[in-house]
Design a binder for this molecule. Structure first.
Ligand SMILES: C[S@@+](CC[C@H](N)C(=O)[O-])C[C@H]1O[C@@H](n2cnc3c(N)ncnc32)[C@H](O)[C@@H]1O
Length: 262
């Protein structure tokens, strides 16, 4: 699929999905849209999404200066940054106007831009840190994003992200992904960051904490909705179809941190 077609698909998909009443309810109206990070006792998707932000931000040695949230969705990840940064320090980008409109309300005062992650229009050496939550697998390509992120980071600045590796079949079959982003394992992910010019790289396997525990939570959640007659059998089957489909192609969920050399 061409980059333009993939973008069109991604924008339509997330503009649709992230406004569905049942999705908003599942995420407690927070506007997050990711798997989250699940401890044994995490009890809601919202809590898991906040945990994921804490986990990622803990990988930054210091939280000062400016930070850019790449692929900010409807701004929940951006809003979380306000726990550590002032609004003036925070910028965020997305390719969707519709999502950006909500994001501006979710994280008031932050600087939002409509921009493609692989060709950002920021000056070189603009940001002290970059965060990207569960989106880099969509970028056409992830490698181009890593290179552009390195350009806009200040020397010594850090990138932190969560990302998903699928099987080659998953990368090829899904309209929102491209086989150009196929990486077989975490070692290959580390090598890619190295080859793009990053140092002090750490890639952490959190497939159990993020993907598998999210999977079980969704499965239980939709069955409960069905038992309480909030959804019918057809809707239950549709939800399970999408969730099970992911299992066949999901390989790794990872967290990564890397530094631009001084
Ligand atoms: C799974 S959502 C994650 C949203 C948010 N980071 C969160 O965790 O709640 C993926 C997001 O990536 C955005 N996106 C996809 N491709 C992009 C690109 N090339 N440049 C910027 N944003 C992109 C989508 O519009 C969508 O908002």
């Amino acid at each position: 699929m061409s980059e333009a077609k993939m973008h069109e698909y991604i924008i339509n998909r997330y503009d649709g999905l992230s406004f569905l009443p049942e999705i908003l309810e599942y995420y407690s109206q927070s506007h997050y849209l990711n798997f989250g990070y699940w401890y044994e006792d995490t009890s809601s998707q919202l809590e898991a999404c906040d945990n994921l932000m804490e986990k990622l931000l803990a990988l930054l040695p210091q939280k000062n200066g400016t930070i850019l949230d790449v692929a900010c969705g409807k701004g929940a990840t951006t809003a979380y940054l306000l726990k550590y940064y002032t609004a003036e320090q925070v910028s965020a980008i997305n390719i969707s106007d519709v999502q950006l409109e909500v994001a501006r309300e979710t994280a008031p005062g932050c600087n939002f831009y409509k921009m493609n992650a692989i060709e950002m229009t920021f000056e070189d050496k603009t940001f002290d840190a970059i965060i990207s939550v569960e989106a880099a697998f969509h970028f056409y390509t992830r490698e181009m994003f890593f290179k552009d992120a390195l350009r806009v980071l200040k020397p010594g600045g850090h990138i932190v992200l969560s990302d998903i590796l699928m099987s080659m079949t998953g990368e090829q079959e899904r309209e929102s992904r491209t086989e150009k982003n196929y990486l077989p394992d975490l070692g290959a992910y580390q090598k890619l960051l190295e080859n793009c010019g990053y140092a002090n790289i750490q890639v952490i396997d959190v497939t159990e904490e993020c993907w598998r525990r999210h999977f079980w939570h969704v499965v239980r959640y939709v069955h409960r909705q069905f038992l309480e007659r909030k959804i019918d059998r057809q809707r239950l089957q549709e939800c399970l179809f999408h969730t099970y489909r992911r299992v066949e192609t999901m390989e790794y969920y990872l967290l990564a941190v890397a530094q631009k050399p001084l």
